[in-house]
Design a binder for this molecule. Structure first.
Ligand SMILES: Nc1ncnc2c1ncn2[C@@H]1O[C@H](COP(=O)(O)OP(=O)(O)OP(=O)(O)O)[C@@H](O)[C@H]1O
Ligand SMILES: [Mg+2]
Length: 373
C-alpha cells in the first residue's frame, strides 16, 4: 500500500563528503576553506558551486571531478551539478592598498638581465589570466623600452576623464597602460631616476583601473636603483623572475631575489624562458642551451619553480602582430606552457593571500655572499 520511503539526502552528509576533498595548494579541505556555496538538495538532485580563489586554478578540473565522485557515492544521490566559480583574494601591501583600491594583486615580472623574454612573459601571463576568466590589467613600467603597445597592437593614446583619470586602453580584454603612452614610439626617453620614479607612480595611481583581480607589471631589465624605486612606487604583491638557460648564472637570479628581499616583496618563483626547442615539423625536443638551470636555481634559493617555456618561432610573430601567442595559437606547446605557468603564479598568490603573506619567504635564504661583479 505504501511506496518505499525515498531516502532523503541530508546536507551534513554532503558536507562531510566534501570535507574529504583537499585543495592541494592550500592544504585544507574545501569546506573549511569556504569554497562551497549555494548547496541545494532537491530529492536526489544535489547542486552547489565551488568558489575557488582564482579562475586560473591549476587543479580546477581535478577538484571538480573529486567533488563529483565523492558526492555521487552518497546513498540517495542521483544527480550532481557542480559549477566552478572563483573569487580572487586580495594580496597587496603597503601604499597600493590605499591607492589602488580595486586592484587585488599586483605582480611584477622582472629579470636580472635584459632580453630574456620578460615583456613576452608579462604579456602572455596577463593574457592567460584573462582567458581563465580573471579581470586583468597590464602596466608597462619599462620607461626606456616600452613594448606593450606593440605586443598588444595598440595604436591609440588613452583618454583622460573629467576628473583627470587616465583610461587604460582595452586590448583583448586587458586594461593596458604603458610608459610609452607618455612618449612617441620613436622617441627615446632620457629621464633621470627620480623623474622616472615620480612619473611611474603618478601614471599607475592616476589610471582608472577599476576592479582588477591581477595587475601585471613589466619592469625594466636589471636590478639596479631604477627597478628598486619602481617596485617601491607600485607596492607589489609578488614578483616573478624570468631567466633563460644560459642566463641562469645563479648570480643573476640571486640579484633579483636580493632586490625583492630589500623591498620585502615575496618572490612567487622563477620561470625559465627559451628552455628548449620543439621542432614544429616532427615535434622533436632539442635542448639548445643547458636546460634545467631555472629549476636548479629555484631549488637552491628556496623559491618555487613556475615552469619552462619553449623557444617557438610563433612567439615573436605574435608579439610583433599585437597578438600574444596564448591568444593567437592557444593550442601550441608554447601557449600551453604559458598557461600552465600563469596557473602556478595564480596558485602562489592564492597561497600567499590565504596565509596572510606568510607562505613564501619574504627573505629567501641566500647561500653565501653576493658577488656583484
Ligand atoms: N619563448 C620564446 N620563443 C621565441 N622567441 C621568444 C620567446 N620569448 C621571447 N622571445 C623573443 O625574444 C625577444 C626578446 O623578448 P622580450 O622583448 O620579451 O624580452 P625582454 O626581457 O622584455 O627584453 P628587454 O630587456 O629589452 O625589455 C623578442 O623578440 C621576443 O619575441
Ligand atoms: Mg621588455
Amino acid at each position: 500500500m505504501f511506496g518505499r520511503a525515498k531516502k532523503t539526502v541530508d546536507e551534513s552528509k554532503i558536507l562531510e563528503a566534501l570535507r574529504t576533498v583537499e585543495d592541494p595548494d592550500l592544504h585544507r579541505d574545501i569546506v573549511s576553506l569556504g569554497f562551497i556555496k549555494e548547496l541545494k538538495i532537491e530529492g536526489g538532485k544535489v547542486s552547489f558551486k565551488v568558489e575557488l580563489t582564482t579562475p586560473a586554478c591549476p587543479v580546477k578540473e581535478q577538484l571538480k571531478a573529486e567533488c563529483h565522485q565523492k558526492v555521487s557515492a552518497i546513498v540517495g544521490v542521483e544527480q550532481v551539478d557542480i559549477e566552478m566559480t572563483a573569487q580572487v583574494r586580495r594580496m597587496n601591501v603597503g601604499a597600493a592598498t590605499a591607492v589602488l583600491q580595486g586592484v587585488k594583486n599586483i605582480i611584477a615580472v622582472a629579470s636580472g638581465k635584459g632580453g630574456v623574454g620578460k615583456s613576452t612573459t608579462a604579456a602572455n601571463l596577463a593574457m592567460a589570466l584573462k582567458v581563465s576568466g580573471a579581470r586583468v590589467g597590464l602596466f608597462d613600467a619599462d620607461i626606456h623600452g616600452p613594448s606593450m603597445a606593440m605586443m598588444f597592437g595598440i595604436n591609440s593614446r588613452p583618454e583622460v576623464t573629467e576628473d583627470r583619470k587616465i583610461v587604460p586602453i582595452d586590448a583583448h580584454g586587458i586594461k593596458v597602460i604603458s610608459m610609452g603612452f607618455l612618449s612617441g614610439p620613436d622617441t627615446p626617453v632620457i629621464w633621470r631616476g627620480p623623474m622616472v620614479h615620480g612619473a611611474i607612480q603618478q601614471l599607475v595611481r592616476d589610471s582608472a583601473w577599476g576592479e582588477l583581480d591581477y595587475l601585471v607589471v613589466d619592469l625594466p631589465p636589471g636590478t639596479g636603483d631604477a627597478q628598486l624605486s619602481i617596485s617601491q612606487a607600485i607596492a607589489l604583491s609578488g614578483a616573478v623572475i624570468v631567466t633563460t638557460p644560459q642566463d641562469v648564472s645563479l648570480l643573476d637570479a640571486r640579484k633579483g631575489l636580493l632586490m625583492f628581499r630589500q623591498l620585502r616583496v615575496p618572490v612567487l618563483g622563477i620561470v625559465e624562458n627559451m628552455s628548449y626547442f620543439l621542432c614544429p615539423h616532427c615535434g622533436e625536443r632539442t635542448e639548445i642551451f643547458r636546460h634545467g638551470g631555472g629549476k636548479k636555481t629555484s631549488e637552491e634559493l628556496g623559491v618555487p619553480f613556475l615552469g619552462e617555456i619553449p623557444i617557438d618561432p610563433s612567439v615573436p610573430v605574435g608579439g610583433d602582430l599585437g597578438n600574444p601567442i596564448v591568444r593567437e595559437k592557444p593550442d601550441s606547446p608554447a601557449a600551453q606552457a604559458y598557461t600552465a605557468f600563469a596557473r602556478q603564479v595564480a596558485a602562489q598568490l592564492s597561497m600567499l593571500a590565504e596565509s596572510g603573506g606568510k607562505s613564501l619567504p619574504h627573505a629567501p635564504i641566500m647561500p653565501g655572499p653576493i658577488d656583484w661583479k
